[in-house]
Design a protein around this ligand. Structure first.
Ligand SMILES: [Zn+2]
Length: 700
């Protein structure tokens, strides 16, 4: 298990969100919520944690958006940055500092970082020809030039990609290019740039990556494939008017004309973590404190990102840090895969997304935090659906966790005047639950240490399940009438579980945890008393620390169930917004998943490969086709409802997969002995499930 013990402090970052649009749930499930859970947990473990993020405000996409809206890039980021920042706050993101890359500190930090590398002759210069707009007087980066796609002939392909056929392009590949700024025909003009020769770092990166073979498989897979391809030089500067200007003196010395040149956004964005840390240090009145986190070896640096950012955080930024020499390297980069929405890929251009600031107008933050954390795409892509959201809130948060807290609090007020009753002569069930409770901080913590957040959340809700079961089994509604000491024991122990949950649920549901602490009348001093010298608040959570006689506050409902209409409204909004955008292929969604089966259920099916020998339409039945299928060991007649989808002649000779042990039945007077498997697309069209196996081969 990766340990944090030999590190003195944690420096945690979340990928800088790009300030050209609002935050959606895909972002949250990737780089933000996992990091927030991790930081909150580690703070409660008593560790020194600094959590840094900020808006990435440079790059061509922001320039394009500014042009589309008839404004300046600065105006765009001045509008988007505060929106992102306040949305994060409302969602409970516990950044220690949230910066922005248009700040002066960032420009200064980037320039200093560049100079340190330049002084060591890290960079090389290269001159090549690029498209230049003679009317606007600037070089045309990817999206500032359109032309005809050399691949498909689409007339409005961009300089970096054809949106019609998806081919990646460079501006020079476009046929009849024209400037999107002035419509002028661009000319070729020489330009010189600095490049980071990543190949020089290949060996050091390989050695370093090899020492981190405990990283997530999806991360190592991508990194190793890049390394296997060999790392190439990468330009760190470019000819666009929005970004951090390159330093003039060094440029002239290198034979580069600095006019209109800025640092490439991939180079300045990760330095944003460092500049935001400097701003944090200033804000706490210890201006050099940032160096403690970035430049002392006993810091554990962890980057939380989505999978589209792996190469930048595992190879390029580390190469920059290696080249500098004063900085720590990331200790882990637990990137997540992608989150899908209602079975489809998220797409902001198609309106297929849930915007976080809109969600927060309708529901509390914790409900989404819980649902996402339960389904994080930790090892592979996962799916968010509104029905699943409703089911988790109603069946887990309301019925399990909320119900347990509510019945415990209700009994404490009704029978014990709102104070914690004593534990006297505890029985076997009481002692058993107390013993189980002690294990939970370690169990949940072990999951979080390994970035297994889904597992940690599962254990957390499981503690509430154990509480509910204990409450049911000890039947305090009966003992309240006959055996008050037994009833007191049940409520005493149940309150201890509530107090544990008030701590252990905090990383995932900080707002609800705070409300539970208010009900239980717990402040942080109380949560850690008696153990000030040895135990953290987290480890203390399982120790039954509520004292008999402690006064409780009034109970309130922790989680309200979500009605069908509320969820349907969200589904309708999503459908409406995506139909307003460009059409989606397929006009309905796939069928819902079926209930889980065990392996034995599957093995009861006898699936075989067969070849259709003949296909004849059944007279008087539009849908039915009479098939003769060669199964190797015998030939079968099968009547199949596929006649509207396939012509007779296209079926003959096709290899298919057949369920051969389906009981024969008569259809329109014809015996059908088996079933041919098909796949149904969203538009209702059918495809045969084919195989290249021999006739009679078992499919399993
Ligand atoms: Zn194309």
């Amino acid at each position: 298990m990766p340990s944090t013990d030999h590190f003195k402090r944690l420096l945690v970052t979340s990928a800088l969100p790009y300030a050209n649009g609002a935050i959606h749930i895909g972002h949250i499930a990737g780089a933000y919520l996992p990091a927030d859970i991790y930081c909150r947990y580690n703070r409660m473990k008593g560790r020194d944690v600094l959590y840094i993020c900020g808006s990435d405000e440079h790059g061509v996409a922001i320039m394009i958006k500014a042009r589309q809206e008839g404004t300046t890039p600065q105006a765009i980021v001045d509008e988007i940055h505060p929106l992102i920042k306040s949305t994060f706050k409302d969602f409970g993101m516990s950044f220690d500092y949230y910066g922005r890359t248009s700040s002066d500190t960032h420009a200064q930090t980037t320039t200093e970082f560049f100079r340190a590398l330049n002084a060591k002759d890290t960079f090389v210069t290269k001159t090549d020809e690029q498209l230049y707009d003679p009317e606007a007087g600037i070089f045309l980066a990817d999206r500032f030039v359109v032309g005809t796609c050399p691949n498909c002939g689409h007339e409005n392909a961009y300089g970096d990609q054809c949106e019609n056929c998806g081919t990646s392009l460079s501006p020079l590949e476009l046929i009849e290019p024209r400037s999107t700024l002035t419509d002028a025909t661009p000319e070729l003009k020489e330009t010189t740039h600095w490049y980071l020769p990543l190949g020089d770092f290949q060996e050091r990166l390989e050695t370093w990556i090899a020492s981190h073979d405990d990283w997530k498989h999806n991360v190592l897979g991508q990194v190793k494939s890049w390394l296997a391809d060999g790392l190439r030089d990468r330009a760190i500067t470019r000819d666009v008017p929005w970004g951090i200007p390159i330093p003039e003196k060094e440029a002239r010395q290198a034979g580069i004309n600095p006019d209109g040149k800025v640092f490439y956004v991939w180079f300045d964005a990760p330095i944003g973590y460092i500049s935001a840390t400097r701003e944090w240090a200033e804000s706490v009145g210890q201006p050099s404190k940032w160096k403690t986190y970035w430049q002392q070896d006993d810091t554990k640096l962890v980057h939380f990102i989505g999978k589209d950012n792996i190469v930048f955080h595992c190879l390029m930024f580390p190469a920059m840090l290696m080249a500098h020499g004063d900085y720590v390297l990331p200790e882990d980069v637990p990137a997540n895969e992608f989150l899908n929405l209602e079975g489809q890929k998220l797409s902001t251009s198609r309106g297929w997304a849930i915007w976080l600031h809109e969600y927060l107008e309708d529901f509390p933050a914790d409900l989404l935090r819980y649902t996402l954390a339960s389904t994080f795409p930790e090892a592979k892509d996962s799916d968010f659906s509104w029905k699943d959201f409703q089911a988790r809130v109603n069946n887990e948060l309301a019925d399990v966790l909320g119900n347990f807290v509510n019945r415990t609090m209700t009994f404490a007020h009704r029978f014990f005047d709102g104070v914690v009753p004593p534990l006297s002569n505890p029985g076997g069930m009481d002692l058993d639950v107390i013993a189980q409770l002690k294990e939970f901080p370690t169990t949940i913590g072990a999951s979080y240490e390994q970035y297994k957040f889904r597992e940690g959340v599962f254990h957390t809700i499981n503690l509430a399940r154990i509480g509910n079961r204990y409450f049911n089994d000890t039947e305090p509604w009966k003992s309240a009438k006959s055996d008050m000491e037994k009833c007191a024991n049940t409520i005493h122990v149940s309150l201890q579980i509530c107090a544990a949950l008030a701590t252990l649920m905090e990383p995932v549901m900080p707002f609800s945890a705070a409300r539970l602490r208010t009900m239980l009348n717990l402040d942080s001093e109380y949560r850690s008393q008696d153990t000030a010298s040895t135990q953290s608040i987290w480890d203390h959570a399982g120790s039954c620390y509520l004292e008999s006689g402690h006064t409780l506050n009034p109970a309130e409902i922790l989680f309200t169930k979500i009605e069908d209409e509320a969820v349907q409204r969200q589904i309708d909004i999503l459908a409406q917004r995506s139909s307003d955008a460009e059409p989606v292929t397929g006009d309905k969604s796939f069928a819902d998943g079926k209930d889980e089966i065990v392996y034995d259920d599957f093995t009861r099916l006898d699936l075989r490969v067969g070849t259709i020998l003949s296909a004849v339409k059944v007279e008087g039945a539009d849908r039915l086709m009479q098939l003769e299928v060669d199964l190797g060991f015998e030939t079968r007649q099968i009547v199949s409802g596929i006649a509207e989808h396939f012509a007779q002649e296209e079926l003959t000779g096709q290899q298919v997969v057949v369920v051969v042990n389906l009981a024969p039945r008569k259809i329109r007077g014809l015996v059908s002995a088996g079933m041919v498997l098909t796949a149904e697309n969203r538009d209702g069209s059918l495809r045969l499930v084919s195989s290249t196996g021999e006739n009679g081969a078992v499919v399993s």
